[in-house]
Ligand binder design. Structure first.
Ligand SMILES: [Zn+2]
Length: 423
């Protein structure tokens, strides 16, 4: 910087990628790092990043629907497409404050950051690092911002001006790679109609949960997603007793908690063709309910015994949403809560379970979810806390909805503006 060499200190570079080696090149700030001319936004339009590192902030520019941006138009994919050699995220806002507040955690992460990717998705990646707080403070003035101004802009979808920082970065990134094998568990129940059986209704849940802690504490995952796998298995059994016209494809995804890996694999290498898939009904947590009088702040968004969050039903096919609501009226009268289906909800739940990997290819989906609660991702997510009445009721509803869809004489009309499906 400024013609001077600044050695990096331990904790300046936090590895977040899966590519190691020595990389050296100039540094170009590219704002949000989104290159989507079809959406009228291109952070790479006026800069040359060939052979250089790009620096981005996390966030989404104003006026852009984040679900419309494909993987190739943002992040590592966009940087690679423009010829960059590496990808740096500069922390802002709460993320930056959290790092400043916990220097030990920063050092730990610098030493041992684990990322897990599907093996076939690894080759194409650029090295990806996050700047630690000290390095970020050196970069902000070169970008033309302060830590406050950049945080404020990133948090409010503000505009950035991409620019070459006139500095170079040489980084040696050491990576240890271990290959781990896992598998999705799936099965097909053949439909009874000679024509319609060539099309599929997917029923899905994830069978993985979190690792056993270093101290031996077990994460049971009774609700997340024991409730979903047990329910899908029961629905499959019910369907097998009296099979519908279309075929039912049942899949228990692996690696959901590691980044939706099982469903990513099955949407990249589908066991049944996605264009012949009518719908994915994904169950991820339907076994908990908020007891009367529960004032725990962490249960704030947990649904009551007769309510379930229904997410995504109207995003691709309004016909699916109608069938979903009508089936509930006809049989179960569970209360549907659409709070988490709001595209502007900060939790972005629509993107956070396996159905998303089907939705992004244009497959209509419904995601059934009881809401985050005090035992979410804790060793205390145990079976004694499951509300089996609720789980049964929601399970019956998914069965009835799936049954109706699997006997429908036409594929669902996809009338809602396609999202990332355009890919
Ligand atoms: Zn889950």
């Amino acid at each position: 910087m400024n013609g001077q060499e600044t050695p990096l200190a331990f904790g300046d570079i936090l590895n977040g990628g899966s590519k190691g080696g020595q990389f050296s090149g100039g540094i170009v700030f590219v704002g949000y790092g989104i290159s989507a001319p079809r959406l009228k936004h291109d952070d790479y339009a006026n800069v040359d990043v060939k052979g250089k590192w790009v620096i981005t902030v996390r966030g989404i520019p104003g006026g852009i629907d984040s679900s419309a941006v494909t993987d190739d138009e943002q992040g590592n994919g966009a940087a690679k497409a423009h010829g960059a050699i590496g990808f740096i995220t500069v922390p802002t806002g709460n993320f930056l404050n959290a790092m400043r507040g916990n220097p030990d955690a920063v050092k730990r992460r610098a030493a041992t950051q684990e990322t897990i990717r599907l093996a076939y998705n690894n080759e194409d990646r650029l090295p990806a690092v996050t700047a630690g707080p000290a390095l970020a403070d050196k970069l902000f003035p070169l970008i033309g911002e302060t830590s406050e101004s950049i945080s404020q802009k990133a948090g409010s979808h503000g505009e950035f001006t991409p620019k070459d920082l006139g500095a170079t970065l040489t980084a040696n990134i050491g990576i240890n790679t271990t290959t781990v094998k896992s598998q999705n568990v799936c099965g097909i129940l053949e439909g009874t109609d000679p024509q319609l059986k060539g099309t599929y209704v997917i029923l899905s849940a994830h069978y993985d949960h979190l690792k056993t802690a270093a101290n031996g504490e077990i994460y049971h995952g009774a609700d997340d997603d024991g409730s979903g796998t047990a329910t899908v298995l029961n629905i499959a059994q019910a369907m097998a007793m009296h099979p519908p016209k279309r075929s039912i494809f049942v899949i228990f995804h692996a690696g959901e908690e590691l980044g939706l890996l099982g469903s990513l694999y099955n949407s990249d290498h589908p066991a049944v063709p996605l264009d012949k898939t009518m719908v994915d009904l994904n169950i991820d947590m339907i076994g908990r309910s908020k007891p009367a009088g529960d004032t725990n702040e962490k249960d704030k968004e947990l649904t009551d015994p007769n309510t379930i969050y229904v997410i995504g039903a109207n995003r691709i096919s309004s016909e699916l949403n109608e069938i979903s609501e009508q089936t509930d009226k006809d049989f179960e009268n569970v209360k549907f809560d659409y709070l988490l289906n709001d595209p502007n909800h900060p939790e972005r739940i629509y993107y956070r379970s396996d159905h998303w990997n089907y939705a992004k290819h244009g497959v209509p989906i419904i995601f059934y979810f009881d809401g985050v609660h005090v035992d979410y991702h804790q060793p205390t997510d145990t079976v004694d806390k499951i509300d089996f009445d609720k789980m049964t009721k929601v399970g019956r509803l998914v069965y009835e909805t799936g049954w109706r869809l699997a006997n429908l004489d036409h594929m669902l009309k996809k009338d809602v503006a396609a999202q990332a499906a355009a890919k």
